[in-house]
Design a protein around this ligand. Sequence first.
Ligand code: ADP
Ligand code: MG
Ligand code: MG
Length: 643
Amino acid sequence: MGLLSLGTPLPWDQARELAQEVRKHGIEQFLHIWNNMKDRKRDRLLWGDEIEYMLISLDHQRRRARLSQRGHELLSLLQVEETESLERASRTGEKIELEALWRPEFGRYMIEGTPGHPYNSTVNDLVNVEANMKRRREIVAQLMDENEIILSVGSYPALGSGDFFDPPHKANGPFSRSLFLPDEVINPHPRFRTLAGNIRERRGSKVAINMPIFHDLNTPRPFVDPAIPYTRDLFPEDKEAREGAALPDHIYMDAMGFGMGCCCLQITLQAPNVDQARRLYDQLATVGAVMMSLSASSPVFRGYLADVDCRWNVIAAAVDDRTLEERGQVKLAKDRFVIPKSRYGTIDTFLGSSDGHFKPEYNDLELVYDRDIYQHLASNGIDDLMAKHVSHLFIRDPLVIFEELLKQDNSVSADHFENIQSTNWQNVRFKPPPPNSPIGWRVEFRPLEVQVTDFENAAFSVFTVLLARAILAFGDLNLYIPVTKMDTNMERAHSRDAVLREKFFFRRKIYADDSSSSGSEAEGEDSEADKDQVVEMSANEIINGSPGFVGLIAIVEMYLDTVVLSECVRRKLDTYIAFIRGRADGSIMTAAAWIRSFVRSHPAYAFDSVVSSEINYDLVVALDDIANGRRQAPELVGEGNAC
Ligand code: ADP
Ligand code: MG
Ligand code: MG
């Protein structure tokens, strides 16, 4: 989450009136950026990661772990150095060198940390990533009270269950109206509660999130959640919860905080130019699902073991602001479009680039886009695929409008464009350069679940960067699959142990010289249709290869072989690659599998899917011990990979 605007956010009834205005100016701002920046060339391959943490307070005597409201306070302290150095720099022109930057997130208990400046473009620099991540943990630790810890894990197991928040507050606040989450879990900056409130109001009801329960030996069938106060009647939406929002055999959640209160690992990569950014966007989008399955770290929601391992669908439902008309549940009358997906989800359209690999049939989802905006962009020289992309993002309303920021100079501001862009939360994000800045065209890779240890977070970051470098270096690498297959992959990537049990759609042939995948050399050249064939493969086959398929690790290694590296650097990179290999072949567990197994072997677990506060406490302490090297967990991080 970037820096926040200050001001007064408008409530939904006023914001909706200004939506068209914001869209209109947002498009003008995009056009200015495009015209000024489209010819930018030779930007360096800078990149950076974002790691989200949760602050937890422990009560060892009562064996209780609770998310701490103090996260926000800690963040203010963490930001002091940056504010002071910015101020000094503006006076003296001095260059700022900070180790880390700290940003707010949706949860009041959350903190986001990034490196102080983007990492360099050299491969040698990749070995510094883990040290920087460790440093971030140390910096936060210096400010924590004795009974506090920070944890990096996808979903907090007890969020919304029992006494999970320190200090306790009552649920059913005016913004979320949740049965389970007090509004106090939301970051106090007005943007966040307005976001939650406006999503609910725009939708016309509370969000409804249902994740399948993990049926253990003693879990009732059907499972009807006893924690839902079925007789409550505070808000009209409570009626909806009783009459259908909460599904049997599911864990029901009813607020934005259940989704945006999860943590993730994101990686932003700068490309040399806009064309290469488009290539990176398309190619990275197709590997998102399999990478997410390797990184799964969210098996528990609201105190119950779920039959999924990832947070993605929870967030998609948690911010689903579509009205009944837009969801296709009643006939379109007042709204403009029927929209198949939440504003959080996989991309709906590829951007194409000059590599020659894109084919129109890959964009096989009937795209909903704003035709007027498309026409306007097209008549201003924007090509078809880019105009479709932007006019698709702009079918959404701006959710939070700051009164003070309405009037802007479109030639120097991108605020209105970013308002819509930054609330289209997709598996990859195409980021145009901010106006008047040295920053170039970037792509953000967003599907990864955050890992418990810095080693794992570094391994996923480094592997993603190396894959991105290989994509840029090897123009004949082609990972395109149809968009709808990517959607299916993402659905499959959620399921319990997807990394071991699922198949993902992937191209049979991803590389022009990939003789391993032809399978029909005797018959000579593959036909065009053969080359385009999409088949189903396990994560292991996709990552590690198989007799018929080269595998992504081999591609990364081919790239590394083209770079001059010291032996020491190569060895370190090899440990990251070996870790990814282990996750894919099942020899190293995902955090989701580890957590599930911890819960199921806990003496207090009754095999009824319930993760009690006692189990939650022991789990949180164990994860913190692993993250800080006090407990060895080779089954999670790989043999010999110290934390
Ligand atoms: P968000 O859009 O998620 O708010 P930001 O724009 O704040 O993200 O940046 C997030 C990440 O981008 C950080 O890891 C940061 O180090 C990295 N970053 C910043 N500048 C660049 C750049 N020029 N190229 C690549 N990455 C960058
Ligand atoms: Mg974030
Ligand atoms: Mg981000």
